[in-house]
Design a protein around this ligand. Structure first.
Ligand code: CAA
Length: 259
């Protein structure tokens, strides 16, 4: 891979979009690499959490690549949107938890990339926005949908119609991010969060992700039935037996085995 760096730190994988000279803008090559990286992460059973961040000290991702988009036809524009949406849906439905560590500009496709992750935390230098209407386009990688679901339709419409960026403190206030850290503390905080998640029973954590994501699209009676099935399936796991056994025996549980 030349556009994304992947490191592993125990059960945590860290993927950094690595085009700092273009502020990590998403061109087709980056999207192709992200697609392949997600397949590799999914196939690696030792990875329990994925962190996404941006290389360099200015940007998470400053958007889809404007140079590549500038001369697209209607059909090519639609195809480019589909390409981004397919990759972001693959990210959103990755069975393990994902954390966006937003270390600077997260604009357009960058804000959309962070929103396809389960959890967003950011540095105090982060800037979020959907500048597309100022460029003559709509958000194209899910922004109209995920932003409205995360911060409500009214705030999403204001951000998208005005094309105005917001800073980290405002992103925290409207619930777009869960926490803001000093820039030099962001990756440490992301690792700590990832390790805390990775120490919990992985099958249960993955079942929770599925229950929340799929349940939100269902009426409540069907959603709780989905939870019941997943809750029941945990009782077939070794990790449930160890977790509850350890509690009853008043000892610390052994590291969970993902079984
Ligand atoms: N696409 C392509 N190149 C980009 C880029 C983008 N989205 N964002 C930044 N770059 C490039 C710049 O062209 C520049 O390249 P050169 O050095 O070769 O000129 C380099 O990155 C550094 O950028 P700046 O000199 O502009 O840096 P700055 O600090 O002055 O400004 C910025 C930073 C405010 C983020 C500014 O770069 C900017 O406004 N970028 C565009 C942001 C944007 O509009 N994003 C949305 C794109 S549309 C989209 O994403 C659609 C979608 O939903 C799929």
């Amino acid at each position: 891979m030349t556009q994304i760096r992947l490191e592993k730190n125990g059960p945590v994988a860290i993927a950094s979009i690595d085009r700092p000279k273009a502020l990590n803008a998403l061109n087709s090559a980056v999207l192709d690499e992200l697609d392949a990286l997600l397949d590799a992460v999914r196939a690696d059973e030792t990875i329990r959490v994925l962190i996404l961040t941006g290389s360099g000290d200015k940007a998470f991702v400053a958007g889809a690549d404007i140079g590549e988009m500038s001369s697209l036809t209607k059909a090519q524009g639609e195809a480019f949107g589909r390409k981004g949406n397919d990759v972001f849906l693959k990210l959103e439905t990755l069975p393990i938890p994902t954390i966006a560590a937003v270390n600077g500009y997260a604009l357009g496709g960058g804000c959309e990339l962070s929103m396809a992750c389960d959890i967003r935390i950011c540095s105090d230098t982060a800037v979020f926005g959907q500048p597309e209407t100022g460029l003559g386009i709509t958000p194209g990688f899910g922004g109209t949908q995920r932003l409205a679901r995360l911060v409500g339709a009214g705030m999403a419409k204001q951000m998208i119609y005005t094309a105005k960026n917001i800073k980290a403190d405002e992103a925290l206030r409207i619930g777009l991010v869960n926490a803001v850290y000093r820039k030099d503390e962001l990756m440490g905080a992301a690792m700590k969060l990832a390790e805390t998640i990775a120490a919990n029973a992985p099958i249960a954590v993955r079942a929770c992700k599925k229950a929340i994501d799929e349940g939100l699209a269902l009426p409540m009676d069907e959603a709780v039935a989905l939870e019941e099935g997943l809750f029941g399936s945990c009782f077939e796991t070794e990790d449930q037996k160890e977790g509850m056994g350890a509690f009853l025996e008043k000892r610390r549980h052994e590291p969970y085995k993902n079984r």
